[in-house]
Ligand binder design. Structure first.
Ligand code: HEM
Length: 505
């Protein structure tokens, strides 16, 4: 063998190791040619891939997409440009993944209706690490159903009548502690406190105080991580996000340890027995398995996250639009005054809210829905195909990602007349199915939908009953930042005036 190597070396004047390299390179070339040939013949019999441009390997449209996602106009414009170039169904590449954007209502419906069969929930691995690999939103199939059912008892319609009094108490306390006596405030910062305290209360029975502040401090750097390049190296924002996650987990560890001790001593205060932490620690899942700490932390963390920024940014933007539209303010005021008048004439306590009151806030809900149409906290997420697909005359290979998205339909004059106009009256009628998707759809439809609806409406109720407000930068009309959630540049800086308060403390 050695001789033949030597022979060849002398013929071509090459060293033995150079031959190994040469033959390896040849073998790879032959394999690549064979593979290309095979896929050529396979594709000849197949439908074409969706139109679009993958750009450079791995990078694709990552940088331009991340830049566009920094403002509401940027995301909308990016979508519009792609649709103009390729049509509403197009392919692109983001952090290495081949993705098919299905921006039309039919495309979104196709994704949601085939979840669990031809597609599954998917998060890029850097995002899954950040969000929590065991939390409800990163699960698919049967495992997802199991986890969702476990949490659902805190979030279904029936549960809302159990939570409403706690949320209402929190809202009243929030205005007393943070709004009373102020002439000017940054609405988003204040609302962050409200949203975080109600979700901390529901999940951990935690009240406002140093521990809640410590957890909250880490949330912004953590949630920013989803919108950074996945570079886990000091100085990069993804690295900072992972570090923030670690710090929050340490604080949750402390809380879990303390609660476990109380459970072991049969000494859990009654108020704490009903929170999500207690349930996750004491109730096994339907298969009889008690949860591991990592599972509990992932899910608590995600609930705190999903209940916080999404609702805060929506409420702050709603306040912005109400201030911009005096006729909207007038109608909201009338709606809430009617609720209070009804309570007064029935001799009921006007500081107590009921689910009937929530149902009566139809116009206000339309105002929030309109805000969410223009500035959805979440514009879309991904699912992964688990089989080759044929859709609308195109071939979508197994393993590609599908992107449901609300940006094309939310701004489409076909579904929403004069789409850039803030017009809550359009919510007197329902939009066509799958055109309005701020809370997603299908198996992963927002679990906290009822809770966020109730808590946002209660906030607006107490706000309009007790304060009038105006924008400090009254001519501001953008840019609307996505950080990653929508906000104005000044985070909705407002002047406030307290009306005669009816609260009883
Ligand atoms: C304005 C407020 C909110 C908006 C716009 C919103 C939006 C969304 C969206 C779009 C999804 C679906 C994501 C997907 O399909 O990939 C989702 C899922 C979820 N949301 Fe919300 N959300 C809000 C408030 C809340 C609140 C207050 C909570 C809990 C306290 C919550 C808990 C969840 C959970 C647990 C999921 C995952 C459900 C699953 O995977 O089965 N959300 N949300």
């Amino acid at each position: 063998m050695a001789t033949s190597w030597n022979g060849l070396s002398s013929v071509f004047n090459l060293a033995e190791e150079n031959y190994v390299t040469l033959i390896t390179a040849l073998a790879f070339t032959v394999l690549w040619l064979l593979r290309s040939g095979l896929s050529y013949f396979r594709c000849r019999n197949r439908l074409p891939l969706p139109p679009g441009n993958f750009g450079f390997p791995f990078i694709g449209q990552t940088v331009e997409h991340l830049l566009a996602m920094r403002t509401a106009d940027g995301v909308r414009q990016w979508m519009q440009n792609q649709v103009e170039k390729h049509g509403p169904l197009f392919r692109y590449r983001f952090v290495g993944y081949p993705i098919v954007m299905m921006s039309q209502p039919e495309g979104n419906k196709f994704i949601f209706q085939n979840e669990g069969t031809s597609n599954h929930m998917f998060w890029p691995s850097h995002m899954s690490t950040l969000i929590g690999p065991q939390c409800v939103i990163t699960q698919g199939g049967e495992r997802h159903k199991l986890v969702r059912r476990h949490l659902n008892r805190f979030f279904d319609r029936n549960a809302m009548s159990r939570h409403i009094h706690g949320v209402n108490r929190n809202a009243i306390r929030h205005f007393t502690n943070h709004w009373q006596g102020k002439e000017q405030l940054v609405a988003l910062d204040m609302i962050n406190l409200y949203s975080f305290s109600i979700i901390c209360n529901l999940a951990l029975s935690l009240e406002e105080g140093p521990l809640m502040d410590k957890i909250m401090e880490q949330f912004h750097p953590w949630s920013q991580g989803g919108y950074c390049l996945p570079i886990n190296f000091p100085g990069f924002c993804y690295y900072k996000a992972l570090k923030a996650r670690g710090l929050i987990c340490n604080l949750l560890d402390g809380l879990m340890k303390q609660r476990r001790r109380q459970i072991a001593e049969d000494h859990v205060p009654e108020a704490l027995q009903k929170d999500i932490l207690n349930r996750l620690l004491t109730v096994p899942d339907e298969e009889g398995n008690f949860h591991q700490d990592s599972f509990i932390k992932d899910n608590l963390l995600f609930l705190l996250f999903s209940g916080y920024d999404t609702s805060s940014s929506t409420l702050a933007m709603t306040i912005f639009y109400i201030a911009k539209n005096p006729h909207v303010y007038k109608q909201i005021l009338q709606e809430h005054q009617l609720i209070v008048d009804g309570k007064r004439s029935n001799g009921e306590d006007e500081n107590v809210m009921t689910m009937e009151d929530i149902s009566a806030m139809k116009y206000t809900w339309g105002v929030i829905q309109e805000t969410l149409r223009l500035h959805p906290a979440v514009t879309g997420t991904y699912r992964k195909t688990v089989t080759d697909l044929e859709y609308e005359g195109y071939h979508i290979p197994k393993g590609w990602l599908l992107n449901w998205n609300n940006q094309h339909s939310h701004y489409n004059p076909k579904y929403f007349k004069d789409p850039l106009k803030f017009d809550p009256s359009r919510w007197e009628t329902r939009p066509p199915p799958f055109t309005y998707l701020p809370f997603g759809g299908g198996a992963h439809f927002c679990l906290g939908f009822e809770f966020s609806r109730m808590s946002m409406l209660i906030f607006i109720h107490h706000l309009v009953q007790n304060y009038s407000w105006s924008l400090v930068n009254s001519s501001y009309n953008g840019p609307f930042i996505r950080d990653p959630f929508p906000r104005t540049q000044d985070k909705v800086l407002i002047s406030v005036k307290q009306l005669i308060s009816s609260w009883m403390f």
